[in-house]
Structures are given as C-alpha cells and as structure tokens.
Design a protein around this ligand. Sequence first.
Ligand code: DOR
Ligand code: ZN
Length: 355
Amino acid sequence: MPASEPNAIDELTIREPDDWHLHVRDDDMMALIAHYSARQFARAIIMPNLVPPVTTVAAAEAYRDRILAIMPDGHRFTPLMTAYLTDEIDPDEVERGHGEGVFTACKLYPAGATTNSAFGVTDVRNMHGVLERMQKIGMPLLVHGEVASKDIDIFDREAVFLEKVLGPMRSDFPDLKIVLEHITTADSVAFVQSAGANTAATITPHHLRIDRNALFDGGMRPHAYCLPVAKRAHHRTALRQAAVSGDPKFFLGTDSAPHPRKDKESDCGCAGIFCAPAALESYALTFDEEGALDKLEGFASEFGPRFYGLPLNEGTITLKRDDFAVPDAITGKDLSVVPFHAGETLKWRAMDRAA
Ligand code: DOR
Ligand code: ZN
C-alpha cells in the first residue's frame, strides 16, 4: 500500500455504479472484453452501432441474449439495450420495444459522424415523428453531438452541433429527455447547465484526463483517438469541474469502444478508446486529484438512474488506494486491444462488486 497524505481517504465504498454509454461489440471481441465492464458496473447502456445496426426489437433481444450468454457464471450485470435511429425507423417499433422493456433509449448518430454511423440520420427533420413519440412515452434520446460535415473543422463539430441541431431540437421537444453523450467542450457543459432538467450529459474517463496534445505526444498516438476528439486543455478543465460539481446533470458514461490493435495502428485508424479495464480507477484518480472523492458516488451511481427513472443499485463497490497495473494489451486468440492507461500503474484499485 503506497503511503498517502495525512487525512487522505485510502478506501471508499460507494453504491454500485452503472455505465450509461458502452460498446461491447459482438462475437470474439465481445467475448474478450465485455467482462471488464461487468466487473465494475451493475448495468450498462449498450450502444447499437453494430453492422447492421440494432433497429428492431428482435435484433435488440437477440443482442442482449448474446451478451448475457458470454457473461461469467454468477454475474450480476444487466445490459440496457438501445435502438439505433435511422431515417426510416418506425415509431411504432420503438414504442413497442420500450413498452416491452427491451429498448431503454434511442441513439442518434448523425450519418457519417463516427464509427458505424453510415446508417444514421441524414437530417434531424426526418426524426420528428419518432422524437414526438419518444417525448410522449418518456423515452430518453441519446445523442452523438457532432455535425458530420467535412467543411466544419473537426475540433468545432461539437460546438456547431449545439447551435445548429441540439438547440432547435431542445426547443421543439421541450419534454424529451436528452442525454448529450461523451461531451468534450466547455460549450457543451454550458449548454447542459443552462438547459432545463430534461437535459443531461455523460462524461468519459479519458476526456477527463487527456486533451488534444495527447494525440501528438512525440508522434501520432492512435490509441488516444476517439470521437468526439479530445479538445484543448481548457475544455478538459471545464469537464472536470462539471464532473466533480455534484450537479446531477452530469454522470458517468465510459464510451469504452474497443477496436483491434491493427485497425487502430493503421493508415486510417478507427476512432475509439477502450477504457473499460480501468474505468472506475481512472475516474477515481481524477476525482481524487480534484479533491472530490466525496462526489464520485453521485456521478457514478446516483445521477444516471435518477435521470433515466430507474431504481438505484443496492450493492456496493469498494475502491482502495493501491497500485493497479493496467496491461499493455488485452489479447485473445487472434485479437489484441490496447486499453486506455496501457502500461501505467494507477493509484486506485476497484475491488469486486459486493451484493
Ligand atoms: O470514438 C468513438 N468510437 N466514438 C464513437 O462515437 C463510436 C465509437 C465506436 O463505436 O468505435
Ligand atoms: Zn460511443
């Protein structure tokens, strides 16, 4: 056990957390990585950007069954499924899925904005029918908040989205619950703070730690590349302040998004940071640095379920101030994935969840 400052907290037990934004993929990748999330989180919102995407109740049920089938014996992990919005999505199918407890939320990917978004929405005006229905039934909309236009500088795409798309949508559907996912800018923090109680945001562990310099630290760093891409340092500062503020509009969503190492270290490397193996540890490190460990439980375990209208988890998880070595890579038979914090030793370790 490393020596800690006098009066520092060395152990913290919090209500079991949930991950409100997660990619677990499918097949061999899912078998390799999904258990890292189940170790730390009781529930997770599962992103639907498979190929083809999850757009029907039947596809979501089948995907949920595949996730549960690869979980270790005795697991207590609940995948919360989402529907991928397309220009053609049927509002009746969305409502039926929500009513049957299959779809927890819908995900809006602007077409072309990110990984597997080719089937996404080409114009939000095509969405009015389904958004009206979601507003009526109280179903949350999860938003990838970037415009896809190549004319807009990649570092400005989130801010432009707020102005051109989210602002108008917020006024058109005032009662719709909207989660702006994986925010990366001070602009998004301000937008969410000034919007009403139906607007919230998730924040990833990596956007709390890296700024855009991490992408070019001595050379090009594909494992620091995700979308929305990390921005300038002052934006990261705003995210850290929001995360530790105790404001219930900001809560945990890892956006853990694994890609095979060869697809990241390539001519055209995929966007996505695989943060699941040390997610809670990474958040704890940040909250500790901010002198705000007492705010971690709200952010990780309370604000998300309250926004979604779901019960809080009953179990607990304990974090200890202890060395936690993150591996250089997670490797399966034909697959290797590099995690966030690869090769680092973190100063917090999460124990297994206790019922
Ligand atoms: O970096 C990202 N990776 N951002 C996304 O929005 C999608 C994700 C993925 O699926 O790989
Ligand atoms: Zn994502």
